[in-house]
Design a protein around this ligand. Structure first.
Ligand code: SAM
Length: 240
């Protein structure tokens, strides 16, 4: 068992934490990121493949913010959002109903690490979800299988800035301020302490690209967000 699997064993069943914080998730997300998460999602949308009628699978879609942002692209025809937390999905369904997007977005309960889709999607997206998986390589493999040949995986995940000053400031915020405010407002004893630990433990940059390459993704590239606080990793499925 390699280092990554040992670390990820600790987070088995973390979707259950999201059931407990679902009610406050959107509010805290926008508060703790200063609203920047909305811009990050739109940046991902800008990097979609330039093809018509894209059918997109949004893995670990949570309350559906990325699924909803994806509808702003004229290239996107249909989105299936999946997540294991029924409470997060319920909030997503309410938002989709209010926005009259029910024909375009379909939310389903499903395990991202065992998707059981075969070559069905043009694009698979996952935002701030993969670090919660118990088995990251298995999750990447499952997403690979879900893509059509020529399809594109887009992973958005927290990372750490390269600049020493920015990194120190960011770590201070992540270790001291975010867990305190997050746990206080969510009423959960340690959900947001888990968030900061899961980000620091998770492989980012070249280490994450290596995991994508091991899962057979090719034409790998990254888009750095806000000085490296988050990164979009992009790879293509070129062979079956
Ligand atoms: C931080 S939230 C991200 C939600 C959304 N993508 C966003 O950008 O706001 C992480 C989500 O991953 C989901 N999750 C964790 N493990 C999962 C799994 N094995 N399969 C599907 N979803 C999972 C959680 O339930 C939670 O909704």
């Amino acid at each position: 068992m390699d280092d990554l699997q040992v670390k990820s064993k600790k987070v088995e069943g973390t979707y259950k934490i999201f059931d407990e914080i679902a009610k406050n998730y959107d509010f805290l997300n926008h508060l703790l990121s200063g609203g920047i998460d909305k811009r990050w999602r739109l940046k991902l949308v800008k990097n979609l493949p330039q093809k018509q009628n894209l059918v997109v699978l949004d893995v670990a879609c949570g309350t559906g913010d990325l699924s909803i942002a994806l509808t702003s692209s004229p290239m996107v025809k249909k989105i299936i959002g999946i997540d294991l937390s029924t409470k997060m999905l319920d909030i997503g369904k309410e938002k989709i109903l209010k926005l009259h997007l029910g024909k375009k977005i379909d939310l389903q309960v499903r395990d991202g690490a065992d998707l059981q889709f075969e070559s069905e999607f043009d694009v698979v997206t996952i935002a701030f979800g993969i670090r919660n998986f118990n088995d990251v390589p298995k999750g990447l493999q499952s997403m690979y299988d879900a893509l059509k040949t020529g399809g594109q995986l887009m992973v958005m995940e927290f990372s750490l800035p390269k600049s020493k000053i920015l990194r120190a400031a960011h770590l201070f915020y992540f270790r001291r301020i975010l867990p305190f405010v997050g746990n206080l407002i969510s009423g959960h004893i340690d959900a947001y302490t888990y968030l900061n630990k899961s980000v620091e433990d998770f492989p980012y940059g070249d280490k994450f690209l290596k995991l994508m390459s091991d899962a057979k993704f090719q034409k790998l590239k990254t888009v750095s967000l806000t000085g490296g606080i988050a990164t979009i990793y992009i790879g293509e499925k070129l062979v079956d």
